[in-house]
Design a protein around this ligand. Structure first.
Ligand code: ZN
Length: 603
């Protein structure tokens, strides 16, 4: 038997105390190790760096430990059971690691549970203990309960190590939302100060969860589901697990009792819930072969993240309108914003979504100021490629099959059978479904960098699309055909923000006006044409000049004042509007397609 006991040892010092008891350690010396990364977040995070002390005992005698590498130790051979005691520093307020203070305790198994090498497939017990000063706190996790008290402290079970690390744990003064979807009990456990309209969120979550279950087909693959939500002043993130997900959101994302409208931030939060819930099938059960057998000590490479994250990103928002949480116009606005994000990155001409997937570990997860020029997001462009595949499947099959059918087939052929999806598996299955070759599509848009024929794709669905210059830095597109305000004509060719009295450049567009003038990310603009300008006014200020004007611009690079001669560039058509084409202008096919696409899920 393997047994872990974890307790919040010192909330003020952010230290969890963990003990690991191994009844039958390896007679040749037991190796223990901590993962370098957490499934779902493809970056080496070296969780073992937070282990601050480690010791081993057997029958009350100290046993020698030798460190083998950055995250593994070998414990000398012992004749009896072995006990490892260690402390873990937990001060990462994200969904990927562990966090402990006086307000709550949160951990992922990958941060706190050492793996007993050779016994990965053995069941384990987890004892979660309370600490002083935690009256009124309760435990939220989907770990299987063996015996716990009313607050959830006690003993849990895991089938094996993979199961052990797939159930994050939140302990704190929690708000619990209980609801049923697809005849399965669901809960949301919320930590952090909030002013939530609980009934409103609950009814939206029921729609979303019901929708996804009907989409893939009942019965639901889970017997219960848990959303763990940490509310902070400013934060955003989510991570999928098999029976739960961890979410981080901003207080203002959540609807308060006096709010009836659908705000952009609440819509985004519902999209996040929808995204992680869709993962319950796509990536947690329909799994890429390469990740199914993943070794968590080092990087694992797949070209399929565009499908597992991109298709999930496509459906997370589409589901919101299909299940009636947002209007079709509201959905088109979200989709237009995705198009805008992709169109603004020159990196889309250099990196395909397959490349973006395989380079997730370094390029996508370690983005710097040049990212937009060099890479493309397998989330955002992946969602557009998913949309294109949806259209292509309809085109090739005369409307007989669409991406919904592909997802259900992936679920039946791979997910339900627990078979990993091979690297070519999605293409092969899509071709089998529509009965035609999709080689050209995958060559051009998945493995290639051809510009997506978005206009044609949207038109076939009865949607109007146009690209135009932005109105200002915040404008990401809309679901309107007409613009009331005039778009910008001349721009800087850089992203920027207010920093004290200066405007700091955050990124410079490749071959844009700012780059041509010699400006770089990090430069702080002091004056434009001899005048101090605020970031909020810079767009309008520059718009008054033309590409024929030479404007003098003063900026600090580090502590050196530099002078630049700058010619504004003509604003690019990089902002997308999408709208429903008027009903009387649609062909029968467009009508049918739009209804099938934006309407309720088909059976
Ligand atoms: Zn995701």
């Amino acid at each position: 038997m393997i047994r872990y006991t974890i307790s919040p040892d010192s909330p003020a010092a952010h230290i969890f105390a963990v003990s690991l008891e191994i009844d039958h350690p390896d007679p040749d010396g037991q190796i223990i190790t901590l993962p370098a990364w957490i499934p779902g977040s493809y970056m080496i995070r070296d969780f073992a760096k937070n282990i601050v002390s480690l010791s081993a005992t057997s029958g009350n005698k100290a046993v020698e430990l030798v460190q083998i590498d950055k995250q593994s130790w070998r414990v000398s051979a012992v004749e009896e059971s072995l006990r490892i005691d260690y402390l873990v520093y937990a001060w990462d307020l994200s969904v990927r690691a562990a966090h402990l203070d006086q307000t709550h305790a949160y951990f992922n198994g990958t941060s706190v549970f050492l793996k007993v090498c050779g016994q990965e497939d053995s069941p384990a017990k987890v004892v979660i203990q309370a600490a002083d000063g935690m009256d009124g706190w309760s435990v939220a996790t989907t770990l299987k309960i063996e015996k716990v008290d009313q607050a959830g402290y006690g003993t849990y079970e895991a089938n094996n190590y993979e199961d052990l690390i797939d159930h994050p744990v939140e302990i704190g003064p929690l708000t619990w939302l209980d609801f049923e979807a697809a005849s399965v009990p669901h809960q949301m456990a919320i930590s952090g100060k909030h002013y939530l309209d609980q009934e409103r969120l609950k009814s939206d979550l029921i729609r979303i969860c019901d929708y996804h279950n009907r989409f893939f087909g009942l019965p639901s693959p889970v017997s219960r589901y848990l959303f763990l939500t940490m509310v902070v002043g400013d934060g955003y993130g989510g991570l999928e697990h098999k029976d739960s997900c961890s979410l981080l959101c901003s207080r203002n994302d959540l609807p308060s009792k006096d709010m009836d409208e659908m705000t952009e931030s609440y819509r985004r939060f519902l999209g996040l819930c929808s995204h992680e819930y869709f993962h319950l099938w796509n990536v947690k059960r329909i799994r890429p072969e390469r990740l199914k057998t993943a070794d968590l000590s080092e990087e694992v490479y797949t070209e399929l993240l565009w499908a597992f994250e991109g298709i999930t990103s496509y459906y997370d928002e589409l589901a919101l309108t299909r299940c009636g949480c947002v209007t079709q116009e509201s959905y088109l606005e979200m989709l237009a914003q995705t198009v805008t994000r992709v169109m603004r990155g020159p990196g889309r001409h250099k990196q395909s979504v397959a490349d973006s997937s395989i380079n997730a570990w370094t390029k996508f997860y370690k983005q710097d100021e040049n990212a937009a020029n060099a890479i493309v997001s397998y989330y955002a462009k992946g969602a557009l490629v998913a949309f294109g595949l949806d259209v292509e499947l309809r085109n090739k099959s005369d409307g007989r099959v669409c991406l919904d059918d592909l997802m259900r087939k992936l679920w039946v052929d791979y997910g339900q059978k627990d078979i990993g999806v091979p690297e070519e598996g999605i293409k092969d299955l899509a071709e089998a479904l529509c009965g035609e070759s999709l080689a050209d599509f995958f060559r051009a848009y998945v493995k290639g960098i051809d510009e997506l024929p978005l206009q044609d794709w949207f038109e076939s669905m009865g949607i109007g699309m146009r690209l135009r210059p932005s109105l200002n830095q915040k404008d990401l597109g809309s679901s309107r055909m007409q613009q009331e305000t005039k778009p910008l004509k001349h721009v800087l060719g850089a992203r920027y923000q207010q920093k004290g009295d200066y405007i700091q450049i955050t990124s410079v567009t490749e071959k844009g006006a700012a780059q041509k003038a010699g400006l770089s990310a990090g430069d702080c603009i002091v004056a434009v044409d001899g005048l101090q300008v605020k970031a909020a006014d810079l767009d309008a200020f520059i718009d008054r000049f033309t590409p024929h004007d030479v404007v003098t611009l003063h900026a600090f690079r580090r502590d050196e004042l530099m002078t630049f001669s700058f010619r504004p560039q003509t604003a690019k058509d990089d902002t997308c509007d999408l709208w429903l084409l008027p009903e009387d202008e649609l062909t029968d096919m467009q009508k049918q397609r739009r209804q099938a696409w934006l309407g309720q899920v088909s059976d």
